[in-house]
Write a protein that binds this ligand. Sequence first.
Ligand SMILES: [Fe+2]
Length: 492
Amino acid sequence: MSAFLRLPEVPLTRRDWMRHSAGAAAGGVLALSPAATLLAATDPSFAQGHYASVLTENTHMKLQVRGSIPSSLKGRHLRNGHNPKAGASPKFWFAGSGMVHGLRLADGRAEWYRNRWVDTPALHGAPLFRADHSVDLRASAAGTNVVTHAGRILALQEVNLPFELTPDLATVGAHDFGGRLKTNMTAHPKIDPVNGEMVFISASPMEPCLTYHVADRKGALVHSEVVNGAGPSVMHDFALTQKHAVFFDTSVVFAPKSGLPFPYAWDERYPAKIGVLPRDRRQGGVKWIAVDPYYAFHFSNAWDTQDGRIIVEGTWWPEQAWNHTARWVNGATTDEPAVRHCRLARWEIDPAAGTARMRLLDDLSFDFPAIDSSRATRAQRCTYGVAFPDGALKTAALVKFDTGSGQRQVHSFAPGLLPSEPSFAAVGGTRAEDEGWILSFVSNLRTGHGELHILDATDLRKPAQAVVEIPSWVPAGVHGSWISDDELRQPA
Ligand SMILES: [Fe+2]
């Protein structure tokens, strides 16, 4: 276990960041095996190598396992990702049709693996924009995330409605909360494990730019409200505490004249800010706090302190990190990893004082954070995620940060193997925060197959507890979840 970097506890400006990163060694490039036959130099970045589509829907009932699957695991590890059909040519990564990969575990066995496209109108060619330039909320790529709430499995992409899936990954259809949801829905809803609510936002480059929604524990949409003051930036994620929703109006802004396929660009002049909204809607409106230019992609968790401050942890992206990934998202061919230069960070927000201070917690290139979801909205210390090759890290890794002890653990993979966003599966009952299992699909360019790796969350450095071999290709993707069988029951 090695202590992770403690950077200065002062607000970092962009200039500070540039000085810091200038001192870091040049990044190592992931060395691909000669077996990486999926590479084709003429394809866009997001159609190459680890990201090359799997062109068939597969079902495997007999899966080879190395090691021993914990008998406590009863459920599904699901992960979504952009996976265009044969012949489809999306202009940027996020436009590729979504495919959900799932592997069911029960009684110490790997019962099945399935991969299924989310069957939306967009999969069959329906355009996002109608002739009158309005967005077709049902024409979703549905390729960003897959979550569960109130017994439903939802595949999500932020510019559309969610799509409901069956436990076997067949598509039920668009889910508009019985006609009540009139907007798009973020791909990163937050579920409050205390009261069971699912809280989510709708972000849009057009007014209203931000809408706040609450679904109750049974899945009924009970509140929708426009949040004034937000602008046309990328608000891909947000944060939720027991008392507050926190919005991140970032420096990556809608740029329709940029000519970029994904038309968003860093804008230093844009008034970057953080908004705090009381969840008790009798407690007043949103309070916006001006901050230095920044981008923040994903938030692992947030909580209230006893003295009225808010702590948010997530991934902070400086301009160079956004520009690096934006080139990749827009298809520029590169032999560099899709993600680098972004870091685990902590924001300390004082709504009463109107201040927000950010500090970096580590120096690894890191994103796709995951936590024990039963601890969401309240103080916790263990965050897991993917660390990307950069600086001293030569290959991709799964990593665990313990912000209580200031220590991190790294589980590295051989060249040619790329882990996906992990999920945390608890063992149940009274337990330590990290007592459970980390699950991650791994795309193996050496074999051209996929794998599910199961790691002991108490010590990520240990060899995998089990590796389930999937006899077909599983490309790298985006977000997913561990969904226990208990979560698929309708709440009483
Ligand atoms: Fe995301």
